[in-house]
Ligand binder design. Structure first.
Ligand code: F0G
Length: 458
């Protein structure tokens, strides 16, 4: 018999979690104004809100933390991280930041001006937020295949070159300074971008004399998909694939809280000294001095180690197999999810599960609330609430995908937890026809409203 798959680690430290009753959850949810971000973590049994900063570090990372150098300037931890970035990602210059959006804030302070256009593949919400905050416009050039959740397509994160060409043809090219590619494409379902597409977009960017920026939160998962799905990469190591991916980029922004498996941290890396010098001014102003910029020495040490082990095949294989395990169960039961299963999360298709709820009543949010009520599982809405209002018309941006993301933290839950999640979803799915009304917005922030929105259950 062939041996089944098993995790490439054993567990050394645990954090207890508690179940609750449906009555308790109903009260907590009401008090949370039907916004799952407002729940206390102890009110959640299985927390799939995000895989960001929620992973379990290795014993090597914890021991690296003990050697953290907390010097204000020139700390050895900074040089450890600088070496890891050079060796694994290939960039000469980098600026540490406290997390990914801080990297965006610093970089965009240099690169984005009022009226600019930033094409890319389904910009992540903080990326779009930082662009729109500067009165610039993010244009989504993701391939159409990404928006058909049932379609099996290996690289649904890809950029459509024709859409890119159109953006350049229809706009003043002086307003476009860079193209941003997010790997994997979080918003469209944790879907990867192929090496071929990275190569093509890089060629296109060069032909237009603009930079290519890679938003890198889940870069190692992207490399795993290239290895397992793209012709010519099966025998390459993840590190070799990662090196090639970044050979096409001018700049990367990084949220280290995902594939680098630390609880806090980020950076910007680049090859241009000129850009580094310009960004340094903002880094010092917003984040901290150049050799720590928002991170403690111990965190930089853990990150250097995390970059190394996070790009080992076994680490990513273990992770992706768990996400697939959950996704495949749902597919077997006929529950509509974004296919193929993404790298960091399973995305439930709320338009298909709750089509009878008017879209104005936020189907994905309604489904996420039902799942919490069912079993204390916290996912997150990736739908019209997150899509926010159009900055000019202030209309709700309906029409995109209505998904509930169940993001799996790295090395945190077992497949028994995944079984509970799967059955809870099945139970909600089986009683979907009884769910007839959704939610309405009572209060919202002018930008990135999903974090603090207050809702009423109809
Ligand atoms: N880019 C992508 C693709 C992301 O997924 C995130 C964060 C960021 C940038 C911003 O990084 O959180 O470190 O400031 N994503 C988290 C998530 C929050 O849940 O997907 P950050």
């Amino acid at each position: 018999m062939e041996l089944p798959f098993a995790e490439s680690y054993r567990i050394k430290m645990i954090a207890p979690i508690k179940k609750s009753t449906r009555e308790q959850r109903e009260t907590w949810l009401k008090n949370a104004k039907y916004n799952l971000f407002n729940l206390k973590s102890e009110q959640v049994f299985i927390d799939l809100l995000t895989d960001s900063g929620t992973g379990a570090m290795s014993e090597q990372q914890w021991s690296a933390m003990m050697l953290g150098d907390e010097s204000y300037a020139g700390a050895s931890s900074y040089y450890n991280l600088k070496n890891a970035i050079k060796n694994i990602l290939g960039f000469d210059y980098f600026l540490p930041t406290h997390q990914g959006r801080a990297a965006e804030n610093v970089l965009f302070s240099v690169l984005v001006e009022d009226g600019d256009i930033v094409p890319g593949n389904s910009h992540f919400d903080t990326t779009k937020g930082h662009i729109e905050f500067r009165k610039a416009k993010a244009i989504d050039c993701t391939i159409d295949e990404a928006f058909n959740t049932e379609l099996e397509y290996p690289f649904k994160g890809n950029v459509d070159i024709k859409k890119l060409e159109k953006v350049f043809a229809e706009n003043d090219n002086k307003k476009i300074k860079f193209i941003i590619i997010t790997i994997t494409n979080n918003t469209s379902g944790g879907q990867p971008v192929s090496m071929e597409n990275l190569r093509e977009v890089s060629k296109f960017a060069k032909s237009k004399n603009v930079m290519l920026v890679i938003d890198s939160a889940r870069f190692a998962e992207n490399a795993y998909f290239i290895k397992t799905r793209e012709k010519g990469y099966a025998n390459k190591t993840i590190k070799e694939i990662v090196a090639e991916m970044y050979s096409y980029a001018d700049v990367m922004t990084m949220s280290s809280k995902k594939d680098a498996i630390v609880n806090m941290g980020g950076f910007i890396a680049m090859n241009s000294k000129e850009l580094f010098d310009k960004a340094s001014v903002f880094n010092i102003m917003f984040e901290g001095f150049l050799t720590y910029g928002g991170m403690s020495g111990r965190d930089m040490n853990a990150l250097a180690q995390g970059l190394d082990e996070g790009t080992e095949f076994e680490t990513i294989e273990t992770r992706i197999k768990q996400v697939e395990y959950l996704g495949n169960k749902l597919i077997d039961w006929g529950i509509p999810i974004q296919r193929p299963v993404g790298g960091h999360a399973v995305f439930l298709d709320a338009d298909k599960i709750l089509p009878n709820i008017p879209k104005e009543e936020f189907r994905a949010q309604t489904l996420a609330l039902e799942l919490y009520l069912e079993a204390g599982i916290r996912g997150v809405e990736i739908g019209a609430i997150l899509a926010d209002r159009d900055p000019i018309t202030r209309e709700n941006r309906f029409g995109g995908l209505e998904l509930v993301r169940l993001a799996i933290p790295r090395r945190t839950y077992t497949n028994n937890h995944m079984d509970v999640v799967a059955v809870a979803i099945k139970n909600v799915f089986d009683r979907r026809h009884e769910i007839k009304r959704g939610v309405e917005i009572l209060k919202e922030a002018p930008i990135m409203r999903h974090f603090t929105v207050e809702l009423n259950k109809l």
